[in-house]
Design a protein around this ligand. Structure first.
Ligand SMILES: CC(C)(COP(=O)(O)OP(=O)(O)OC[C@H]1O[C@@H](n2cnc3c(N)ncnc32)[C@H](O)[C@@H]1OP(=O)(O)O)[C@@H](O)C(=O)NCCC(=O)NCCS
Length: 184
């Protein structure tokens, strides 16, 4: 049994070395397996057990080690978060989203399921462009975002849109290519 599991059981008040009954142990191990299966939480840098503020990454997902996820970020399953991506506190990223290197997402944003960000306007090329999603923006399901744009704070992007230009704050845009529908 790994140290981490033993430590986690200790936190739950279970001393592995003193537990004599196999069935009791199996019960607790099953609970623990379930906990690990449901969410995989980051260990803090010093290897300590996770805290409530740790991001939740639903498996299977691929979060590159240099990605920085803020407090209580959640990442839906089948997502990929690339190198050096920054995601602010409380932001939710829907299932099956692709967020490559060069993308920065603010705090408390909503990224719907199956969103696809890009970082290369003329692929394949080494000229990657940055994309910024500002705080509180909401991006609907299945949106594609061309690189080099800023999606302004508290703006909303309708589902299925292709964002090709920067979206000012507090506006609702939708369509292919996305155009302004109205102010938020
Ligand atoms: C963009 C959105 C917020 C607009 O909602 P709304 O203000 O109620 O808009 P309406 O339904 O009144 O539509 C206004 C016009 O925009 C069009 N429109 C609305 N959403 C659109 C979209 N996603 N793509 C293209 N056009 C859209 C409508 O067809 C309508 O056009 P019309 O005036 O020619 O008839 C909403 O349609 C939307 O896409 N929400 C995101 C849903 C989502 O993905 N949620 C994720 C959770 S899983």
């Amino acid at each position: 049994m790994s140290d981490w599991i033993e430590k986690r059981l200790g936190q739950l008040g279970i001393d592995v070395r003193q537990s004599k009954h196999n069935s009791e142990m199996n019960h607790y191990l099953e609970l623990l397996r379930e906990e690990i299966r449901i969410t995989e939480r980051f260990l803090s840098e010093d290897g300590q057990p996770p805290t409530m503020d740790a991001p939740t990454i639903w498996k299977p997902s691929n979060v590159y080690p240099s990605a920085k996820l803020g407090k209580r970020v959640s990442v839906g399953m089948f997502s990929e978060i690339g190198n050096n991506v920054i995601v602010g506190d409380l932001t939710r990223i829907g299932k099956g989203s692709f967020i490559p290197e060069g993308v920065t997402i603010g705090k408390d944003c909503f990224i719907g399921p199956h969103c696809c960000f890009t970082n290369d306007r003329f692929p394949p090329s080494p000229n990657w462009e940055k994309t910024i999603v500002e705080d509180n923006a909401a991006i609907g399901a299945g949106v594609t975002v061309l690189c080099g744009v800023v999606i302004g704070t508290s703006s909303i992007i309708g589902c299925g849109s292709v964002v090709t230009k920067s979206v000012p704050p507090h506006e609702i845009w939708a369509g292919v290519p996305a155009k302004k529908l109205r102010n938020r």
